[in-house]
Each structure stands twice: as structure tokens, then as C-alpha cells.
Design a protein around this ligand. Structure first.
Ligand SMILES: CCCCCCCCCCCCC[C@H](O)CC(=O)SCCNC(=O)CCNC(=O)[C@H](O)C(C)(C)COP(=O)(O)OP(=O)(O)OC[C@H]1O[C@@H](n2cnc3c(N)ncnc32)[C@H](O)[C@@H]1OP(=O)(O)O
Length: 258
């Protein structure tokens, strides 16, 4: 399907999804959110795709929900529509890894979208924030919950209450992002990471993603039990046999399990 507010390219096992509303700093309109969710689900269902990269423009990953759309809404509108309720569930249901490649502004829903991905690679130009307080609202899809878990209460409270932006270096230091690279290297780094993941055992990749994500949903002892049962199940795969044999035979593993 042709999209109007995003671009999708699939090449060599990696799906690159780029937000494309340059005139509005990639503001997350209802149309863009719908197209993004469909593109993610199509990539997840595409057997050729093994990793997904989500990117914006040099100036903005995404500047948040579309304020022009939200300005005219009232409580009854958003409550009855249960606005954005399904977004979290649909992104959480994507089994393949999603790397957020963030340059420029990732604000409000833009920061929340990046945090909902599996890890963030940031350009040194990236600025993260939850400035909803400036609009007389609060973050609505993870900006108080994920942020507090990722960077700790003090920084999450500071950002949500003052609306200040967190530069890339602080974001890395705080654990919000995995790596910071020069802006001109961002896409090379993100696509390189995606390629590296695509070469791994796909079944192990899916299992590792599920295990790490479970750590945010359960107790340590329960999480260790979940991790152990997934670890044990890896020994039923051809990839475990191939991976360990390849190491002992000092050759590159050729993983087969889908
Ligand atoms: C778990 C899954 C998560 C999935 C998330 C994805 C789906 C969910 C999306 C909805 C999320 C709802 C909950 C969320 O918490 C609520 C919000 O996001 S509220 C919005 C928060 N964002 C902001 O407050 C930032 C607003 N923008 C700015 O502060 C500035 O634009 C800027 C980014 C600092 C850049 O400033 P400048 O360089 O000066 O550029 P301009 O301001 O002139 O902007 C250029 C142009 O773009 C338009 N624009 C910018 N941001 C938005 C926006 N958020 N909505 C609509 N339009 C925007 C701006 O109006 C200008 O347009 P023009 O005037 O030229 O027509």
C-alpha cells in the first residue's frame, strides 16, 4: 500500500520506515500514526524482514502529537475515542526488533515513540523531551511511565515538570539511548546495527527481545524464570547446534531457523 506520511524501504532483511511530514516536524497526526502502525505490522509479517529501523528527518524524529489536530478536541472526544489506547498494544505486539534512529527533536509523542522502540541510536543533534506541560496537558503514552523507568525519577520528573529538553549526550549518560554518533553517521550506524541483527539467529533475536522486554513487566525472580525457560528452549533449535558447532570448528555460523 502507498503511504502519504511515511516512506518504507525493504532491503537486505532490513525495513527502513521514515516519517515524512517535513512541514510539521514529523508531527504525529492520526493519519501518520495509522500508516506507521500498518507499516510496522507489514514489516513484522514480511518473512524477508529481520529488523526494522524507524527514522525521521535531520531536524526532527517527531515533534509529538499533532497539536493542530488535538487543539480542537475535548475530554468527551478523547475519552470516548479512547485516543491512542490501541497504539501501545499494536507496537508492543511487533515481534521483530525496532531500532529508533533519532536526529533533531524527539518531543512528546516523538520521545514516547522512540522509547517504545527496542533501542535508540541518537545523532549528536538529538534532543529528547516531554514538553506537554507547556500545552496544559501531560504526556499520554509513556512519557511519565517509560521515561521514569529508563532514566530514573529525578530526571523524568524534571523533564515532565519543566518541559526541558535532554541533549543526546545526557540521554546516553542517563540510559535513554544506547549510542550517540555524529549526525552524518546516524543512518550508517543504525542500518549497520540492523544488518548485524539480521545476520543472527532470527529465533534467538525474537526470544532475546521478548526476554528483555519482560524485565519491565515482572519481578526479578519471575523474569529469571522466564529467561531460563526461553534459554532452555533455544536448545531445541537448529541454530543452537549450528552456532555452537561453528564456534568449535572456527567458522562463521550459518543460521537457518526463521
Ligand atoms: C507506546 C507507543 C508510542 C507511540 C507514539 C506514537 C503515537 C502517539 C502520538 C500521540 C501521542 C499523544 C501523547 C503525547 O504525550 C502528547 C504530545 O505529544 S503533545 C505535543 C508535544 N510536542 C510539543 O509540544 C512540541 C511542539 N513543537 C515545538 O515546540 C517546536 O515546533 C519545535 C519542535 C521546538 C521546533 O521549533 P521551530 O524550529 O521554531 O519550528 P516551528 O515551531 O516553527 O515548527 C515548524 C512547523 O512545524 C509545526 N509543528 C511543530 N511541532 C508540531 C506539533 N507537535 N504538531 C503540529 N505541528 C507542529 C509548526 O506548527 C510549524 O508549522 P507552520 O507554523 O510552519 O505551519
Amino acid at each position: 500500500m502507498a503511504f502519504e506520511t511515511i516512506n518504507v524501504e525493504v532491503d537486505d532483511h532490513v525495513a527502513l520506515i521514515k516519517l515524512d511530514r517535513p512541514d510539521a516536524m514529523n508531527a504525529l497526526s492520526q493519519q501518520l500514526v495509522g500508516e506507521l502502525l500498518q507499516a510496522l505490522e507489514e514489516a513484522d509479517a514480511n518473512e524477508k524482514v529481520r529488523c526494522i529501523v524507524l527514522a525521521g528527518s535531520d531536524k526532527a524524529f517527531a515533534a509529538g502529537a499533532d497539536i493542530k489536530e488535538m487543539a480542537k478536541l475535548g475530554f468527551v472526544d478523547v475519552f470516548n475515542a479512547n485516543l491512542f489506547a490501541q497504539v501501545n498494544d499494536r507496537i508492543a505486539a511487533i515481534r521483530k526488533p525496532i531500532i529508533a534512529a533519532v536526529a533533531g527533536y524527539a518531543l512528546g509523542g516523538g520521545c514516547e515513540l522512540a522509547m517504545a522502540c527496542d533501542f535508540i541510536i541518537a545523532a549528536d543533534t538529538a534532543k529528547f523531551g516531554q514538553p506537554e506541560i507547556n500545552l496544559g496537558v501531560i504526556a499520554g503514552i509513556g512519557g511519565t511511565q517509560r521515561l521514569a523507568r529508563f532514566v530514573g525519577k529525578s530526571k523524568a520528573m524534571d523533564m515532565n515538570l519543566t518541559g526541558r529538553l535532554m541533549p543526546a549526550e545526557e540521554a546516553e549518560r542517563s540510559g535513554l539511548v544506547s549510542r550517540v554518533v555524529p549526525a552524518k553517521k546516524l543512518m550508517e550506524e543504525a542500518m549497520g546495527a540492523a544488518q548485524k541483527i539480521a545476520e543472527k539467529s532470527q529465533i534467538s533475536v525474537l526470544a532475546a527481545k521478548e526476554a528483555v522486554n519482560r524485565s519491565y513487566e515482572t519481578t526479578l525472580s519471575e523474569g529469571l524464570r522466564f529467561e531460563r525457560s526461553l534459554f532452555h528452549s533455544m536448545f531445541a533449535t537448529e541454530d543452537q547446534k549450528e552456532g555452537m558447532s561453528a564456534f568449535l570448528e572456527k567458522r562463521q555460523a550459518q543460521f537457518r531457523d526463521k
